[in-house]
Structures are given as structure tokens and as C-alpha cells.
Design a protein around this ligand. Structure first.
Ligand code: SF4
Length: 403
């Protein structure tokens, strides 16, 4: 590698490190080949090809990380790079050694995302040795008959259960794909691990997901109420959260959404941008209080329906003759340094596209608010008691989106 190439690579590392990522690379696309992988099309963000991380690269990365002071609230992420393609980094042959070195020589915390290819004994031993410093989010996805179809090269159920059998996994995520899927998995996982958080819901089909997988995801959504009720009745000791449906999240947080909307003090004629989830809430509870500019999540496509994930391109497609448009800040918070959407497009560039429109930012509608709320009302219990058992939710579901 020439010095110039190396400097380019190290600059990518530096950018990741600035965002508190541990930028390991497998040097190729992810070999696990999950059919639901949201990384299949990452054209929405700019990524750079990086070679398999070598010992020399690691030494550079680790030195940089060590030079950054530890903050109690901070956790370094392994498995969610921003400028490099996502892959399952547990598959890097040195991943385990480097995680151990990280834990051994720093006092920092680490968050690991993986489908579970770690050596079960070793990762659980590390969790025992460094209590409270590993936050391991295990993507179980499903343990039942659909596993083969969805994760043809994923780890075996036996491997996943062995990883779960110990203190390392802090949360296990798995989803509804039909009858006896999510509920059965919840039971089996809780049997072996009563401490880990159970993170459940559905996977949302996006535009590049194949037809069979999309069908399965939609089937899962149809059975989510039944599956959730079964789990509710099981009274499992684990903390149980349900997060992945933006409509449900919006409904459960309707009071906060309405309160925030009221606090923005908009006039009846003001245009305000929102995706389907918030559109339903405001149409139902604040009709006519402003003009709701419904914007479909075209960039992600599929069944996505979430204001947080809107892009400027999505908004651009819906602008007609508006003179002033209010935009929620949440759509331009990809990075903390400048105003960009999830695709990386900047607010300034977007504004230049519409010189005759004045854009006003609703700073009260920000991701600090949406993230906090997501967690507060994200329990399976909330979903069953305040959504499924609430007749208002049926009315909410029937609110149609404009064309
Ligand atoms: S392991 Fe993760 S990154 Fe790899 S294909 Fe599966 S979902 Fe995608």
C-alpha cells in the first residue's frame, strides 16, 4: 500500500473513531448474506472500500482510541461503521484478541453488534472478567424454521444458544415472522438467559428486499399482536421491549407528539413536513391546526413510515407551490457536526435547490426527544395494554395517507 493510500485509509479510521466506532474491516462484503440485511443497498450513504484490518492497522486504531479520554457515558461501537460497509466483525479472525486487548488496556466500554459468531466460552469469560463494560447486542433474528431462509450462512441455533448461556449478551433481538415465531423464541431465550433484554418486533421491508423475505416480514407484522399477547401472558422475568414499528411507537407517544406540536405554535396555514406515522397522529388529534405535508419515505421505500428516516430528496419530491415550509430538526441530525440527512445530503445544498422556499427548522422536534420517547414507551406491556387493548388504535390505523 502506498503512503498516500495508507493516509487515505487512516483518515477514514480517524473519522470513524471520532464517532466512537472501532473501525475493523473484513475487507469484503458480509459473508453471512442475510436476506433481510439493510446493508444490501447502502447507496443512501457514502462508504469507502477498506482492506482486511491488519495488525499494523489495529495498532494505529488502538493508539488513536487510547488517546481519547474516557467518558463514563460513552461506549465504543464494534459493528456499525459509518464510512465503511457493515459486516459482522465477529468474523474477523483477530476480533476476539483485539476486544480483549481493548478491555485490558483501557477503561472504556464496548458495544458489540453481531449475529453471534464469537467463541461462546471466551466472550462469556470476558464479560465475567470485565463486568458492565461489554454491551453485546446479539441479533438472534429467529431460531425457528425460517432461520435457514433468512440467514443461510448464519451461525447454528446451537451456537447462538451457547453464546446466550452466560453473562455476555445484554440484549437479544428477534422478530415476528408468523405464528409461533417470536413467542417461541422469547420462551427459549428466557429459559437459558433471564437477564438479557428481549428486543422484539417486526422487520420492515425496504425497497431492495427480495419478494419472499418481504412476504415473510409482512406475515410477521400481521401476527405481531398474537405473538406479543402470548409473550405478555408468559410473564417472563426478562425486560421486554418492542420497538420496530414506527406507527406503534408514534401512537404510544401520541401525547408527547401532540404536546411538542402545540409548543411549536404553528399557524393554520403553515406547512409542516412529516412522514406517515406522525401524519396519522396529527390528522387524528390536531386536524386543521396546520397544513400537514405528508412525505413518504421514498429513499428507503418498502413499508417504511418514519419521520426520523426522511431524507431531503423525499421532501423535495413533495414540494409544489409552498413558500414557507417547517422541517423537523430530526431529519437533519445524521451527524452532530453539521446538518445532514441519513443519506449524507446537507441542508445547505437542499436549500439551494429551492431558492424561492423559506425553510424553518422545528428545533423542538429533535432526535434527543424521539430517542428518549422510544425507550420510555417501548415496552411490550405498553404495546399490549395501550395499543392492542385501546380501541383508539383501530381508528389510528384506519387514517389514510394522502396521495
Ligand atoms: S450479519 Fe449483519 S451485516 Fe452481515 S449480512 Fe447479516 S445483517 Fe447484514
Amino acid at each position: 500500500m502506498s503512503l498516500k493510500d495508507q493516509e487515505f485509509l487512516y483518515n477514514i479510521f480517524r473519522r470513524e473513531i471520532k464517532d466512537r466506532k472501532i473501525p475493523l474491516s473484513l475487507g469484503k462484503t458480509c459473508p453471512v448474506k442475510c436476506t433481510f440485511c439493510y446493508e444490501m443497498d447502502h447507496s443512501y450513504r457514502k462508504t469507502f472500500e477498506t482492506p482486511l484490518t491488519t495488525q499494523e492497522h489495529w495498532e494505529f486504531i488502538f493508539n488513536e482510541i487510547q488517546s481519547i479520554p474516557t467518558r463514563e457515558s460513552e461506549s465504543w461501537i464494534l459493528g456499525g461503521n459509518e464510512y465503511m460497509e457493515w459486516t459482522d466483525l465477529a468474523l474477523h479472525p483477530k476480533a476476539m484478541d483485539w476486544i480483549e486487548e481493548f478491555l485490558d488496556k483501557t477503561d472504556k466500554k464496548i458495544t458489540v453488534f453481531s449475529v453471534g459468531y464469537f467463541d461462546p466460552a471466551r466472550i462469556n469469560r470476558l464479560a465475567e472478567k470485565y463486568p458492565g463494560r461489554i454491551n453485546f447486542e446479539l441479533s438472534v433474528i429467529t431460531l425457528g424454521s425460517y432461520r435457514e431462509q433468512l440467514m443461510p450462512k448464519g451461525p447454528s441455533v446451537k451456537q447462538v444458544m451457547a453464546v446466550l448461556d452466560g453473562p455476555s449478551v445484554t440484549s437479544a433481538n428477534f422478530y415476528s415472522f408468523g405464528p409461533g415465531t417470536m413467542s417461541q423464541d422469547a420462551k427459549n431465550i428466557s429459559n437459558i438467559n433471564k437477564e438479557c433484554l428481549l428486543w422484539m418486533g417486526c422487520l420492515t421491508p425496504l425497497k431492495y428486499i427480495d419478494t419472499d423475505t418481504t412476504k415473510l416480514m409482512r406475515q410477521g407484522k400481521r401476527f405481531l399482536p398474537d405473538e406479543a399477547r402470548k409473550i405478555y401472558d408468559m410473564n417472563l422475568p426478562n425486560v421486554q421491549m418492542i420497538h420496530t414499528e414506527s406507527d406503534i411507537t408514534a401512537f404510544l407517544n401520541r401525547n408527547k407528539i401532540i404536546k411538542t406540536f402545540d409548543a411549536c405554535e404553528l399557524e393554520k396555514k403553515d406547512w409542516i413536513v412529516m412522514a406517515g406515522n406522525v401524519h396519522r397522529i396529527l390528522t387524528l388529534f390536531r386536524p386543521g391546526r396546520a397544513r400537514f405535508l405528508y412525505v413518504p419515505n421514498d429513499t428507503l421505500g418498502g413499508d417504511s413510515n418514519c419521520t426520523t428516516l426522511l431524507t431531503f430528496d423525499d421532501v423535495a419530491k413533495r414540494i409544489t407551490n409552498q413558500r414557507v415550509i417547517h422541517l423537523p430538526q430530526v431529519i437533519m441530525e445524521k451527524s452532530s457536526n453539521d446538518e445532514r440527512d441519513i443519506s449524507g445530503r446537507s441542508f445547505d445544498e437542499f436549500k439551494e435547490q429551492f431558492p424561492r422556499v423559506r425553510f424553518k427548522v422545528l428545533y423542538k422536534v429533535n432526535s434527543a426527544l424521539s430517542n428518549k420517547k422510544l425507550y420510555e414507551k417501548g415496552y411490550l406491556k405498553n404495546y399490549v395494554e395501550d395499543y392492542l387493548d385501546n380501541p383508539l388504535s383501530k381508528k389510528f390505523e384506519s387514517v389514510a395517507h394522502p396521495n
